[in-house]
Design a protein around this ligand. Structure first.
Ligand code: GDP
Length: 448
């Protein structure tokens, strides 16, 4: 699938960073070098690679120090952010005309997948409740009109094509007439398929420009075969200068293992990728979302979600506060209230077991913590809430009679209270040890 090679390369790079406590400048240089090679192998255009590497390096060196993340997670996050950027940042949605019909014009080389795409786009819009009209303005290729008819039928949408002897040979007139036709038949969207050539030529550009001037499209989409790699970028530049376009549609992503076109085209042309096509079937098509594509490239969607949640959940101030408490002698400033707060924060992050997967340096205690379940968290919270502030502050004062009172208050066995207090002391010892050297999201000792 697309980006496989790049994904593998980047994963290997990140693997090399795992377990590192702090990244030296040399580490960052080495990482940047590996990412550079990965991008070049993916056939990404050189200027794009340069900008990418420069940004990643600057951000790694400037390290927006986040206590929630360890260094390798920070690098992953930075690379992810930059990938989203070069893929276009925000998802660019289709613009609809204030007064219908919305006119969408398709342009691109022959064989780019324009006609197939016209059908996919029409079906996609139809599924959203629109009533698109496909217009056959490719009158160059003998079979193009028929092909569009077939595609339209499969998509279950209407088609407008010149009657034999009526405007044949004049795509500009066909395009113009189709708009009136759409109005009378109440189609709210008109998709104009234009002629492509095998290579860029002046006549083709002129014809596309004439159609453009006749129908004033709301969106001109440049359709390009992703498999041609960097050539896609050159073609895009020619179309930008010759006809102009608003957005890019990448086709045949299913056949492109490298991804060079996808990663280069936005930055080189300044135009967003709006749709992607990834197969011959009508449904192999969707809006293009830079953020989703980036996490697909990094092949770590879940991890990124967790990283983001961790950052949100464990705020800097909170982390610093906990850090100083745990840094106190044997962590004795860390109270049961803090313990409860930490537990609830962890739960906020969703599934505890999922979280565990990303915790760095959890080693031996991982299994122990894996046994925590949500009900256990609830029970623990209930017990702590049944304690007096003094008891939470200093659990050593909890004697037999206090234990019995707490157990009654929280509806548990006395042994459960005893158990909790013991576990708390153990956990505090462990965390204050980790505060010295290990790592824990939002916890002190996070090298960063
Ligand atoms: P046009 O000349 O630009 O109209 O291109 P066509 O729509 O005729 O497509 C050219 C060829 O590419 C056809 O054989 C299509 O089936 C194929 N094709 C189009 N889109 C895709 C795609 O996303 N994936 C794959 N694998 N093939 C595609």
């Amino acid at each position: 699938a697309v980006f496989d090679t790049l994904s593998d390369r980047l994963s290997a790079t990140f693997r090399n960073l795992r377990g590192k406590g702090r990244l030296s400048e040399a580490d960052i240089d080495a990482t940047a070098r590996e990412i550079r090679i990965a991008l070049l192998e993916a056939d990404v255009a050189l200027p794009v690679v340069r900008t990418f590497i420069k940004n990643v390096k600057e951000r790694c060196l400037g390290a927006e120090v986040s206590r929630a993340l360890n260094p390798s997670q920070q690098v992953i996050k930075i690379v992810n952010d930059e990938l989203v950027q070069i893929l276009g940042g925000e998802t660019r949605r289709l613009r609809f005309a204030k007064t219908p019909p919305t006119v969408i014009m398709l342009a691109g080389l022959q064989g780019a997948g324009k006609t197939t795409l016209a059908g996919k786009l029409a079906k996609w819009l139809k599924d959203q409740g629109h009533s698109p009209l496909l217009v056959a303005c490719d009158l160059q290729r003998p079979n193009a009109v028929n092909q569009l008819g077939v595609v339209a039928e499969r998509a279950g949408v209407a088609v407008y094509a010149p009657e034999p002897g009526n405007g044949v040979g004049d795509p500009v007139k066909v395009a113009k007439d189709s708009i009136d036709y759409a109005r009378t038949k109440v189609h709210d969207i008109v998709i104009v398929d234009t002629a492509g050539r095998l290579g860029i030529d002046q006549e083709m550009m002129q014809q596309a420009a004439d159609i453009r001037d006749a129908v004033h499209p709301d969106e001109i989409l440049f359709v390009v075969d992703a498999m041609i790699g960097q050539d896609a970028v050159n073609t895009a530049e020619a179309f930008r200068d010759g006809v102009g376009f608003d957005g890019v549609v990448l086709t045949k992503l299913d056949g492109d293992a490298r991804g060079g076109a996808a990663l280069s085209i936005r930055q080189i042309t300044g135009k967003p990728i709006m749709f992607a096509s990834s197969g011959e079937k009508l449904d192999d098509f969707d809006a293009f979302h830079p953020d989703r594509m980036a996490s697909r490239i990094l092949d770590m969607g879940d991890l990124l979600t967790l990283i983001e949640q961790a950052e949100k959940t464990f705020s800097q101030e909170e982390a610093a506060k906990m850090a100083s408490k745990l840094a106190s002698k044997k962590g004795q400033d860390f109270t049961l209230d803090d313990f409860l707060a930490q537990m609830e924060q962890v739960r906020k992050m969703g599934s505890i077991s999922k979280l565990l997967g990303m915790l760095p340096g959890m080693g031996q205690i991982k299994e122990q913590i894996q046994n925590i379940d949500e009900r256990d968290v609830d029970r623990t919270a209930a017990i702590i809430k049944s304690m007096t502030p003094a008891e939470r502050q200093d659990p050593t004062i909890i004697n037999g009679s206090r234990r019995a009172r707490i157990a009654r208050g929280s509806g548990v066995e006395v042994s459960a209270v005893k158990n909790l207090v013991e576990r708390f002391f153990e956990a505090r010892k462990m965390m204050s040890r980790m505060a010295q050297g290990g790592g824990f999201p939002g916890m002190p000792g996070m090298p960063g």
